[in-house]
Design a protein around this ligand. Structure first.
Ligand SMILES: Nc1ncnc2c1ncn2[C@@H]1O[C@H](COP(=O)(O)OP(=O)(O)OP(=O)(O)O)[C@@H](O)[C@H]1O
Length: 255
């Protein structure tokens, strides 16, 4: 569980995060949504320890980040997996080289132990025949699976994903969302996902926080977001005609 209390962050006197408090539960997919510039990436970077908040605390399963020693912070970072926007694979490494990379960097495992772990996670993301291929030789959806395999190879307690669906067709996007949710539940990970994708909200939004101008405007689940009367949320979620129609049908059915 990650508990965030009154996080504030400014750049050159401009306040970007204006006191955000929330909780991200273990074994759940927690989504951060909001318009471009609302502070989602800055918030995610604070959770990753890449930005230091000016005020407030972030607590990881009872450990308050700002109270940790440098060694403890390093250990905590090794419990974090990250899926970057656009996958961010190393082009010059094979699929298995990419997945093995964190093990080589941060563990003293033997070659055969690493191979077992790499085989296990590649198998878990349903990539069985791609070990020796290079990123340029596989599809965007497969690249995303490699990025997920690399993010979970160290058995993380926390998984952070920045726009994991960007650039994928809607069907592949749903497969990737479902894979992230399955892995989150199976390994009891606290997963936090930055997304613009309304399909993701509906599909895997077990907990959603909506940011507006650096403030948490709303939080709830994907079931609750359908029913909310919060105008900022409904304007954002139902910005497309399709979703407006879906909502109208839902309201008509309810009455
Ligand atoms: N390193 C930085 N230095 C100065 N300003 C920054 C920095 N990082 C982000 N900002 C500013 O903080 C604000 C929020 O940016 P952020 O990237 O968090 O938005 P976002 O919600 O993730 O947007 P998007 O959906 O477009 O990625 C923006 O006004 C941005 O210019």
């Amino acid at each position: 569980m990650i508990e965030v209390e009154n996080i504030q962050k400014s750049f050159d006197g401009t306040r970007v995060l204006k006191g955000i408090s929330t909780t991200f539960n273990t074994g759940q997919t927690n989504l951060i949504i909001g318009q471009s510039g609302s502070g989602k990436t800055v918030f995610l970077k604070c959770l990753l320890g890449l930005f230091t908040p000016d005020e407030g605390t972030i607590c990881y399963d009872g450990k308050t980040y700002s109270d940790l020693t440098d060694d403890e912070k390093r250990n905590l970072r090794q419990e974090m997996g990250m899926v970057f926007q656009g996958s961010a694979l190393f082009d010059s490494m094979t699929v298995e080289g990419n997945v093995r990379f964190p093990l080589e960097m941060f563990t003293k495992q033997s070659a055969s132990e690493m191979q077992d772990r790499v085989d296990f996670v590649l198998n878990r993301v349903n990539l069985v025949d791609a070990h020796h291929k290079f990123p340029s030789e596989i599809s965007g959806g497969m690249q995303k699976r490699v990025a997920i395999a690399r993010a979970i190879v160290m058995n993380p307690k926390y998984l952070f994903c920045d726009e994991p669906n960007s650039g994928l067709d809607p069907k592949t996007a749903i497969l990737i969302d479902n894979l992230i949710q399955e892995i989150t539940e199976e390994y009891d990970i606290t997963t936090v996902i930055n997304t613009h994708d309304m399909n993701s909200v509906m599909e895997i939004g077990q907990k959603i926080i909506f940011l507006k101008n650096g403030v948490k405007e709303w939080e709830g689940s994907n079931k609750e977001i359908f029913k909310t009367d919060n105008e900022a949320v409904t304007n954002f979620v139902y910005s497309s005609d399709l979703f407006k129609k879906v909502r109208q049908m839902y309201i008509e059915e309810r009455n």
